[in-house]
Design a protein around this ligand. Structure first.
Ligand SMILES: NC(=O)c1ccc[n+]([C@@H]2O[C@H](COP(=O)([O-])OP(=O)(O)OC[C@H]3O[C@@H](n4cnc5c(N)ncnc54)[C@H](OP(=O)(O)O)[C@@H]3O)[C@@H](O)[C@H]2O)c1
Length: 343
């Protein structure tokens, strides 16, 4: 972290993303006295280990943001909508993980490696993208440097931690139930997720796409500053605890060789190419979980289109898909001297 004098609030500190945000601050040995943990009234007084001490969770109420310089908010969109303006009013930069402000034209939606410069026009709130959008936007930004991208189709394989801590517990419980021959009791999803695959992430819209799929389309366009890029996603939930994977087909204005794509992806900050298919080496959740980078492999010509490439992505949804991207946004804002809005 470039500036350890900032007082940082983690709002949603007891959740899946908040837990990783605290872990990342610990990795950087961020001073404990500069961290304030907030969650719902249910968690008041809860103690979370931090370095060689413990931090106590307080309720995320408007007054709690007095003296906070940066608030990482990882709660539901509804709660964000109520809390973020209160934090901004008290002088904090809000970096929001949820969907509340992502498509607001007054709010930058940022992946620092792709559109860090958008931070310079924030007015107090910066959003991070959906955890499936971030790795896709990074891969497309890398490839689009050389040849214009015209169309993208993508199928996701999304981990249950993308839904939150309760869904991870549910996967564990259901797995034990199935193995013991007991009936399962789905709560987080419309169907059993253990030993199953659900072609539904979020609710369906009238056009047959889900909310998550619309997020991928709209957010990718906003981050890439490309309102015309054609994107067709199918978002799928799989019984994996952490790390989203994506099978992607990209069509370009003219052909791009797999070799050129590999070079562009390898040179892009935050992307690691893992691509030795003959040795069965490719990105996987078991390898990508707990790592910072977006991993890309299976880079090959698309057999169905002369200007097409196919590739496979894996990215830890809680790190680069959420908490790490949020921290990197703060690093970038410090670097660009725009933690406070440049009015
Ligand atoms: N999970 C991911 O991979 C991912 C990736 C990108 C973005 N996001 C976004 O990040 C946000 C959090 O996701 P998550 O997966 O961390 O969810 P989660 O595990 O369900 O955690 C939710 C957090 O919100 C807190 N909370 C609930 N009601 C609250 C209230 N009224 N006031 C203050 N805090 C409240 C909870 O505190 P209590 O423990 O006190 O209830 C908990 O700390 C969501 O908007 C999600 O869309 C998630």
């Amino acid at each position: 972290m470039s500036d350890s004098n900032l007082t940082i609030a983690i709002v949603g500190a007891t959740g899946a993303v908040g837990t990783i945000a605290l872990e990342l601050l610990a990795d950087r040995a961020y001073p404990a006295e500069r961290i304030i943990l907030m969650a719902s009234s249910r968690s008041i007084g809860k103690k979370l280990p931090y370095l060689d001490t413990e931090l106590t969770v307080i309720e995320a109420a408007p007054g709690a943001f007095e003296g906070v310089d940066v608030a990482f908010i990882s709660v539901s969109a509804e709660v964000s909508r109520a809390l973020a303006p209160e934090a901004v009013k008290r002088g904090a930069l809000v970096i929001d993980d949820g969907s509340a402000f992502r498509m607001d034209p007054a709010v930058p939606l940022v992946v620092p490696e792709v559109n860090g410069a958008d931070l310079e026009w924030h007015q107090g709130i910066v959003s991070i993208p959906n955890c499936t959008t971030t790795p896709l936007a990074m891969a497309l930004a890398a490839l689009g440097q050389s040849v214009e991208i015209t169309r993208v189709t993508v199928a996701t394989y999304q981990a249950v931690s993308g839904t939150g801590a309760a869904a991870v517990r549910e996967l564990h419980e259901q797995t034990a139930d199935v193995l013991a021959g007991r009936p399962t009791n789905p709560k987080e999803y419309p169907h059993q997720i253990a030993f199953n695959v659900l072609p539904q992430v979020d609710d369906f819209a009238e056009d047959g796409y889900t909310g998550e799929e619309h997020k991928m389309i709209n957010e990718t366009r906003k981050i890439l500053h490309d309102a015309d890029i054609a994107i067709s996603p199918t978002c799928v939930r799989v019984p994996v605890p952490v790390t989203h994977s994506e099978a992607v087909q990209v069509e370009f204005k003219r052909p791009m060789s797999p070799e050129e794509a590999t070079r562009l992806l390898s040179e892009f900050p935050g992307i690691t190419v893992v691509d030795e298919p003959q040795a069965s080496v490719y990105p996987m959740p078991a390898q990508a979980s707990g790592k910072d980078d977006v991993f890309v492999g299976r880079i090959r010509k698309d057999a169905s289109h002369p200007n097409g490439l196919a590739l496979w992505i894996a990215c830890d949804n809680l790190r680069k898909g959420a908490a790490l991207n949020a921290l990197q946004i703060l690093d970038e804002a410090v670097r660009r001297d725009c933690v406070k809005p440049v009015r």
